[in-house]
Write a protein that binds this ligand. Structure first.
Ligand code: EPZ
Length: 418
């Protein structure tokens, strides 16, 4: 099995590529089907490893799923066959915790393995659990599993201590079938949250304020099926634009949602790229050499933490000194050491990285440690002199649909190897 990517760098990249549907919108949308016995049809589910894991998780709970990944997918949970999300699946994908809210709301009982830590941080789910307790659920942690019970959830006012994306999504799905009204304060405003609210509303839920920090959900006794088109992937979109800036090329992405990309596009311009937006098309024309810029990650609409690694690769080749401050995850600089193996000059301390740009990267053997770190190594490899070999690319397949095909369409010399 091909486990490595091999890139011959140093080419100016250019051309057009289409953006796929968003991983972080597809996963909660699939889980939302647990809330009803009616079919939910998702028109454009991306072909990703995390989608395959979610399908397996839902099938274990009794879902019937038809349609290939990467196309229209029909999910129906006419009857729940189980209310357990096993450790084997949850340990491979933390987003599995998104079945907890729907199971609790529909079945009144859920047993979900507690996700452990991951490469980028400890990532507890205490805010999810506190929220479910506010909705009247009994929550216990037993043998590594969350055991949740509630005869019927009751609406409540929930203010999370911090902004959590899947926390907001989990509580929104649970509140959709609760008795009475729930108000989520300090809610996440990410476009993926709004997209889930759009699907739930299509299923018959009553939700106001998604996309703002205050979401109001008036519970109903039952919701039905729906047909839904998932939003484009703003992180994949940003990742596909960086080759234009890092190789001095000219890349256009198609099928994007530019309003979801404002912070990323503004930062590309700060790095000297020329950005042109025309409907669902975004063009990025790079300069001879990127310019330095400072970055502070924050929840939407701020600069996305999921673009931090890709921009570290860009700034590593920039003219000047940049400072990156990661405020969301406590351990999201694993890619820095690998980029330094390619000749970068990056020092990290706590949540800050200081990047002294170098004229060019050198090809080297490097290792991917997580999804976005692997993307940053690919981007550096595209700009590097010589050959870059990236191992553990399974990380990439979790969140990028056929990335090397798309980069080849831009003129990259990139291939998989055993
Ligand atoms: C979502 O993760 C995304 N995943 C992540 O994308 C993304 O990085 C993250 O939001 C932030 O934008 C999906 O949507 C499937 P959080 P999530 O809860 O919801 C802390 C990618 O690369 N926290 O918003 O798990 C947490 O530890 C992935 O596609 C608690 O302390 O992130 C983190 O420091 C990686 N307690 C911060 O809050 C909680 O109960 C934000 O996490 C929940 C979160």
């Amino acid at each position: 099995m091909a486990t490595r990517l091999v890139i011959e760098g140093g080419r100016r990249l250019g051309g057009e590529v289409r953006v796929s549907a968003a991983k972080n919108a597809a996963l909660p949308a699939l889980c939302a089907a647990l809330l009803t016995s009616e079919p939910v049809v998702l028109e454009n589910v991306p072909d990703l490893a995390d989608v395959a894991t979610t399908r397996a998780l839902l099938e274990g709970l009794g879902a019937e799923i038809s349609g290939e990944s990467g196309s229209e997918t029909r999910v129906q949970v006419a009857r729940l066959a189980s209310h357990e999300a096993p450790y084997e699946l949850v340990s491979t994908m933390r987003a599995s915790v998104l079945v907890l809210g729907p199971l609790l709301a529909r079945a009144g009982v859920a047993r979900v393995a507690l996700p452990g830590g991951c490469a980028i941080g400890v990532r507890p789910i205490d805010q999810h659990l506190k929220g479910f307790q506010k909705l009247g659920a009994d929550i216990a942690i037993k043998n590594g599993y969350v055991e949740a019970r509630a005869s019927r959830l009751k609406g409540a006012r929930i203010t999370t201590d911090l902004v959590t994306v899947t926390g907001t999504e989990n509580l929104m799905m649970a509140a959709a079938l609760a008795e009475g009204t729930t108000v989520l304060e300090n809610a996440a405003r990410e476009p993926e949250v709004s997209d889930l609210a759009r699907l739930l509303t299509g299923m018959g839920a009553r939700i106001e304020g998604a996309g703002t920090e205050r979401i109001e959900i008036e519970g109903v006794t039952e919701i039905g099926g729906a047909r839904h088109r998932i939003i484009p992937d703003r992180i994949e979109a940003g990742t596909l634009l960086v080759p234009g800036a890092i190789t001095g090329g000219d890349v256009t992405i198609i099928g994007a949602a530019p309003r979801h990309l404002t912070a990323t596009l503004a930062k590309l311009e700060e790095c000297g790229a020329q950005i042109t937006v025309d409907g669902d098309r975004v063009r990025c024309q790079g300069r001879e050499r990127p310019q330095a810029a400072d970055i502070i990650t924050s929840p939407f609409p701020g600069f996305p933490t999921d673009m931090q690694a890709q921009f570290m690769a860009l700034l590593g080749a920039a003219d000047g000194l940049s400072k990156i401050t990661e405020t969301i995850f406590e351990n999201r600089f694993m890619h820095a050491a690998e980029l330094n193996r390619m000749g970068a000059r990056i020092e990290t301390e706590g949540s800050t990285a200081v990047v002294r740009g170098v004229p060019s990267y050198q090809g080297a053997q490097v290792m991917a440690t997580d999804l976005r770190a692997s993307a940053s190594l690919v981007l550096a490899g595209l700009a590097a002199n010589g050959t870059t070999e990236i191992s553990r690319v399974y990380h990439l397949d979790r969140g990028y649909e056929r990335l090397e095909w798309k980069l080849r369409a831009l003129g990259a010399n990139i291939d998989r190897a055993a």
